[in-house]
Design a protein around this ligand. Structure first.
Ligand code: ZN
Length: 312
């Protein structure tokens, strides 16, 4: 298989984790005149004009130009890593009805609405900043005792301020499995759709890993719960960071043992077996599925479909 860069992966930084523990060094990098910030406001990101020939660029603020009142004491800039001698940080802006004026042109937009126009490195940088800022926003209080927490290690942990507790939390990524299931003969694959998805879009089967479960067990359980199909062999393919808000998608191909579909848990409104030629004809106005479409090309779901199509 040709090497494939999954969208949102491949952050072009040295994460420089050895620096995080030294608060003085992190502060010196932030104030040293080279630091660049990726702002996040209300789960949105700053992007420039998308009519530019190069597409919209992610809005970046030199720390030197930042109005310090936009730094929240409880969630200071998060050290993301080094790009050469430039330290990069993520900044979660204060919650406000309207986005704050950062003094640069641009608009705050959802990452998944803009991703098709972004360079791969930018998509990865914004996704990383987003994941860190969302994690801080959800961990301002201790999950054990409820006391306020403070950012530590350049933003890569949070410490409970209650001295009797001192619980420390680390950024988490929730594992989810996503699986292309082929029928016992290897001729068809199982695709379903949720009613909330874009009209006509079918995708592969996905679900969150539960405690006490291996990834293979999740694939088998989720597939049966959602479709009634029994799965046998499971083969790992690839993974994709998916910060919407905090998931890592773990992609598999699997072989079904049965073919009868039963939408038992109502997560899917429809689910069918499709041949490779069916999938290739999706969206073709002269084909049998003119109003259907595959998952978007920036998703691991599409990668799993494309790799399966390439096998037959
Ligand atoms: Zn605590």
């Amino acid at each position: 298989m040709t090497p494939f860069r999954m969208t949102y992966a491949g952050v072009p930084l040295d994460r420089a984790s050895h620096i995080r523990a030294d608060a003085g060094q992190v502060a010196a990098l932030l104030a040293g005149g080279r630091a660049m910030l990726l702002p996040v406001w209300n789960q949105r990101h700053l992007f420039g004009d998308d009519t530019a020939a190069s597409g919209p660029r992610a809005g970046v603020i030199p720390f030197a130009d930042l109005d310090r009142r936009l730094i929240r004491a409880e969630a200071p800039p998060v050290f993301l890593g080094m790009q050469g001698d430039v330290p990069w940080f993520a900044l979660g802006l204060p919650d406000s009805e309207l986005p704050p004026d950062l003094g640069i042109a641009g608009e705050f937009r959802m990452l998944n609405e803009v991703v098709s126009l972004l360079a791969a490195d930018e998509a990865a940088m914004v996704a990383y900043a987003r994941a860190m800022v969302i994690w801080h926003g959800n961990h301002l209080h201790c999950g054990r005792c409820g006391a306020p927490t403070e950012s530590m290690e350049g933003g890569h942990s949070r410490q409970c301020l209650n001295p009797k507790c001192s619980h420390r939390a680390f950024p988490r990524t929730d594992p989810a499995v996503i699986t292309l299931i082929e029928d016992p003969a290897g001729k068809c694959c199982l695709m379903g759709r949720q009613s909330k998805w874009p009209p006509g879009m079918y995708s592969v089967i996905a679900g969150f890993v539960e405690p006490g479960e291996s990834l293979e067990e999740t694939v088998i359980r989720e597939t049966f719960e959602e479709t009634g199909v029994r799965v046998g062999a499971v083969r790992y393919m690839a993974s994709q960071p998916w910060p919407f808000p905090a998931t890592i998608m773990l992609g598999f191909h699997a072989r079904a043992l049965t073919t009868e579909i039963n939408l038992t848990d109502n997560e899917l409104e429809d689910c069918r077996w499709f041949t490779r030629n069916d999938l290739r004809s999706f969206g073709n106005p002269d084909g049998p599925y003119p109003n259907t479409r595959l998952p978007n090309p920036f998703s691991i779901a599409r990668f799993l479909v494309n790799t399966w199509l390439a096998e037959g």
